[in-house]
Ligand binder design. Structure first.
Ligand code: NAD
Ligand code: MG
Length: 298
């Protein structure tokens, strides 16, 4: 490893030469087909034993932010279960193999987050295969842009809420009886929670909900020793962006409106999840950690 996440670097220059062109994939998309490939920290994330012996479930762990987090958790010493859609098996197996190279126990559990029974089974299988559970990362998500509310289908509205909000509720509810004091729940919200785009009405609404869910539940669970926090990414290069998450005309300038002047890479998100999962953040509760290149937040 020449560079790792601790290497002193100018953040405005890091990754600044990466300029993706228009491209499209059918939902949910594959990291394997993203051009250029996103940086998931494969060659740079260096673990320092911050999650030794911990057992984590990560939804959307096959690609993007979830995959970068999964690699980091594995290198920090955790056992990890990955949830993803069956069509993402190729991405999931690549990430699982990188994690196993780090010596981690990995469970791959495909299924559809819109299905309550899958969400409950996912938690049960994670507990069975990892021998317990003390980190839950609700990260799987759906984002399809729509320019006119009158054409936003009831089905899409429902699917976006099922995937982004209901699954978080079902999984967290099923996980709670298994979570010992010291556990961490981390939900992926977005800058869209408080700075919503006109073309992401359904998606932005789910992200505001995730933020409120996080802060309400954090207060409920703090006395039990379970910390609930959120990470709010800004514009990050992942398959979500090329599967109708936004119009492809916008890809060339993606992230240029941030103070850093560039989009972020999934590898830059992983340390935020590691921090919130680890006991080092013991007094951090109900926080939304923004990782967005400098956009002001409430
Ligand atoms: P991604 O496409 O790599 O990850 C999203 C994952 O969600 C997919 O890999 C898929 O496994 C999972 N998923 C979607 N629908 C599912 C379903 N019905 N059943 C099971 N799994 C399903 O993209 P990402 O950008 O890494 O997204 C991860 C999270 O980050 C999402 O919650 C997203 O809203 C959030 N986020 C992303 C950005 C960004 O710019 N990329 C910004 C803010 C927030
Ligand atoms: Mg994926």
């Amino acid at each position: 490893m020449s560079r790792d996440q601790y290497t002193f670097t100018d953040p405005a220059k890091l990754y600044a030469d990466i300029e993706p062109e228009k491209q499209h994939q059918p939902e949910p998309g594959l990291d394997a087909q993203l051009t250029p490939r996103a940086d998931l920290g494969e060659d740079t994330y260096r673990g320092t034993e911050r999650l030794v012996g911990r057992r984590a479930l990560i939804t959307g762990g096959d690609s993007g932010i979830g995959a970068a987090t999964a690699i980091a958790f594995a290198r920090e010493g955790a056992s990890v279960a990955l949830s993803y859609l069956p069509s993402e098996e190729e991405d999931a197996q690549r990430i699982a193999s990188i994690m196993r190279d780090a010596g981690a126990t990995v469970a791959t559990i495909p299924g559809d987050l819109r299905d309550a029974q899958y969400c409950r089974d996912l938690v049960a299988r994670t507990v069975e295969e990892l021998g317990g559970l003390d980190i839950v990362v609700n990260n799987g998500g759906k984002q399809i842009y729509n320019e006119d509310l009158t054409t936003l289908s009831d089905e899409q509205f429902d699917d976006t809420f099922k995937t982004n909000v209901y699954a978080m509720f079902w999984i967290t509810k099923a996980a709670l009886p298994h979570l010992p004091a010291g556990s961490a729940i981390i939900n992926t919200t977005s800058i869209q929670a408080y700075s919503p785009s006109d073309i992401l009405v359904d998606y932005a609404s789910t992200k505001a909900t995730i933020n409120a869910f996080t802060k309400a539940l954090a207060q409920q669970l703090a006395p039990k020793g379970i910390r609930v926090n959120a990470v709010a990414p800004g514009p990050i290069w992942t398959p979500l962006q090329v599967t109708d998450g936004q119009p492809q005309e916008k890809i060339a300038e993606f992230g240029e409106d941030t103070p850093l002047g560039r989009m972020g890479q999934p590898a830059e998100l992983a340390p935020a999840y590691v921090f919130l999962a680890s006991a080092e953040s013991s007094y951090v509760v109900g926080e939304t950690l923004n990782v967005n290149g400098g956009k002001p937040t409430p």
